[in-house]
Design a protein around this ligand. Structure first.
Ligand code: FMN
Length: 189
């Protein structure tokens, strides 16, 4: 069996985030041999090019955390039909200094939840454009547009709806396949 470590970034810093609950659900549902770890973004300061000559430790740690995992899942809300500013800020840190982008070649998957019937689809279209520019191979299918009904995800990551749980397991399995395809070293079976 192949062991994989997948990082996840939550694009919300809300203390009651439904996307964080979704991330916890993914953590719980991860297939055997796959470990999900959070890559936190809340402590990153605002990015400015002034930092390029000497990145602060928190930003170095953030980029190193991306380097250390086999793939990254971005779990994000939709804000004003795009991604939240905190997530864009984190991606700008990841992109710089020029030529040293942390997502270059890093398998990436996008997912998000909102009460809306289109479940963050518009935000993810914007995010796909950004990740394409950062040269991250991004999972096309299945698309992670999750409409949240109240109570579907508990704080500890339980999923109270079987159909949603089944979808998330399939989503993680598909992402593992993408991760393996892009693995630098062929996976031992
Ligand atoms: C500034 C702001 C903008 C929002 N814009 C959208 C939107 O464009 N589409 C949407 O489905 N929900 C939108 N919402 C509602 C969010 O989906 C909802 O607040 C959700 O709980 C945010 O995710 P989180 O709980 O993980 O932080 C917006 C919320 C805020 C605070």
């Amino acid at each position: 069996m192949t062991d994989r470590t997948i990082g996840y970034i939550v694009g919300s810093i809300s203390s009651t985030s439904i996307n964080r609950r979704l991330a916890k659900a993914l953590e719980r549902l991860a297939p055997a041999g796959t470990t999900l770890v959070e890559i936190p973004i809340a402590d990153l300061p605002f990015y400015s090019q002034d930092h390029d000559a000497d990145f602060p430790q928190v930003a170095r740690d953030f980029k190193q955390a991306i380097a250390d995992v086999d793939g990254v899942i971005i779990v994000t809300p939709e804000y004003s039909r795009s991604i939240p500013g905190v997530l864009k800020n984190a991606l700008d840190w990841a992109a710089r200094p020029y030529g040293q982008g942390a997502f270059d070649g890093k398998p990436t998957a996008l997912i998000g939840t909102s009460g809306s019937a289109i479940g963050t689809a518009t935000a993810q279209q914007h995010l796909k454009a950004i990740m394409s520019h950062l040269n991250a191979p991004t999972m096309g299918q299945p698309e992670g547009y999750v409409q949240s009904q109240p109570g579907v995800f508990t704080d500890s990551g339980e999923v109270t709806n079987d159909e949603t749980a089944e979808f998330l397991v399939g989503y993680l399995t598909a992402f593992n396949a993408l991760v393996d395809r892009y693995a630098k070293t062929p996976a031992a079976v």
